[in-house]
Design a protein around this ligand. Structure first.
Ligand code: ADP
Length: 379
């Protein structure tokens, strides 16, 4: 069984690492010759995942086609699907998710809780929206590019009236009501073609406000049982309504009144599921393969509390990556280092992650602080 993955980044690398447990061969299509999957030499094909011919020609030699990034050419995937290939997640779902505007309309249609929004074509329309609704304050909104944003790029949190004169992104956007965030949580859920659905317990993302990136992630989330259950139910409801096959990450806000609001979804293994490799009975990568191969889904229970820290390129360094104090970190009990095999480091670039397992709250935070203070990626 040949499985072709569009994208050859760190998510692809960890998917590959889960693959020996299955009777499959994985192949990756990726345009960056220095990408993390480059070391799987026979499995690595260079090509553009946004190019119709490249994707089609890659996919026609596969039995199943999947993705590790959602920014891919949809028409090639639709052609492959029409010709009888299994494409999971299904191309029309990837298309829906590529556009945050259509995503929001999907939540609205299915009564899935999400913050109020307006779709606008450009900056002129945004200004008009506030002129026509002068009871609304611009400070209560966030604007997001409908397509192409990632890792917080493409999101502008509006803070003052003056921001209306300095609007970024003169392209189609979602204007979204700002949520009074108590916590950001995520649930990863999987569904196979038989219709079986399983969710991983909710995790909590602690944000670094400067970089607008996840600082660290806590599994399980520090929330009461009924909220955790509600978050799982929302995630299961979304994947069921989509009838999607594969793994889906559902990012949510818990607001200060304890309402859960869906922020966005990603139809692939996700940054908020790395800790499942060591922290849960089944990893998100194994679960994705279970799902697309129509196998029974694995047990998602947590083995031990964990923290996942992204290893980011140190500010002010760019060039061939060097890792400081790696052996000190690897020597700590319950600490697992994953490097992504990226040649070049840049300020804030995701170079790897560390998972820390420890059921004692004080110990786990102490280990995390040690990792943060000592592990540096420089050039
Ligand atoms: P990306 O797809 O680039 O990750 P997100 O939609 O997840 O972008 O937004 C990035 C971050 O911006 C969120 O994690 C959150 O901290 C903040 N944010 C996004 N939407 C809202 C909102 N409606 N209210 C308040 N903060 C928001």
């Amino acid at each position: 069984m040949k499985i072709g993955i569009l994208g050859g980044g760190q998510l692809g690398k960890m998917l590959f690492e889960a693959s020996p447990a299955f009777d499959i061969e994985l192949y990756f299509l990726e345009n960056d010759v220095n990408a993390p999957c480059r070391s799987f030499k026979n499995a690595f094909q260079v090509g553009n995942i946004l190019d119709e011919n490249d994707v089609y020609n890659f996919g026609k030699n596969m039995d199943i086609i999947s993705i590790e990034i959602e920014n891919v050419n949809i028409s090639a995937l639709k052609r492959l699907e029409n010709e009888g290939k299994k494409v999971f997640p299904q191309p029309h779902i990837i298309a829906l998710i590529q556009d945050k505007g259509i995503q929001k309309q999907f939540y609205q249609k299915h009564n899935i809780p999400t913050s109020e929004f307006e779709l606008v074509k450009n900056n002129t329309e945004k200004k008009l929206f506030f002129e026509n609704n002068n009871h609304l304050k611009i400070q209560d909104f966030v604007q997001k590019m409908r397509t192409g944003g990632y890792d917080g790029k493409g999101v502008q949190v509006l803070k003052t009236k003056e921001d209306l004169d300095n609007l970024l992104f003169d392209v189609p956007c979602v204007l979204e009501k700002k949520v009074d965030i108590q916590k950001e949580i995520a649930v990863i859920v999987a569904r196979n073609p038989k219709g079986e659905i399983k969710a991983f317990p909710a995790v909590e993302m602690v944000f670094n406000p400067e970089l607008n990136l996840v600082d660290y992630l806590l599994s399980p989330a520090d929330i009461v049982q009924n909220i955790a259950q509600e978050a799982e139910n929302i995630a299961k409801n979304i994947i069921e309504k989509l009838e999607m096959v594969g793994i889906l990450a559902v990012e949510m806000f818990l607001d200060k009144q304890n309402n859960i609001l869906v922020n966005e979804i990603a139809p692939r293994p996700h940054n908020s599921g790395h800790q499942t490799i060591e922290g849960n009975k089944t990893s998100q990568y194994t679960q994705h393969l279970n799902a697309i191969l129509n196998k029974n889904l694995g047990n998602t229970e947590i083995i031990e509390q964990s923290i996942m820290l992204n290893i980011l390129g140190e500010n002010g360094y760019e060039g061939i990556a060097k890792y400081e104090n790696l052996d000190k970190i690897e020597a700590i009990n319950g600490v697992f280092v994953h490097l992504y095999n990226k040649k070049i480091t840049k300020s804030g670039r995701k170079m790897g992650h560390v998972t820390i397992l420890d059921n004692n709250k004080n110990n786990i935070l102490e280990k995390m602080n040690f990792v943060k203070e000592n592990l540096k990626v420089i050039a």
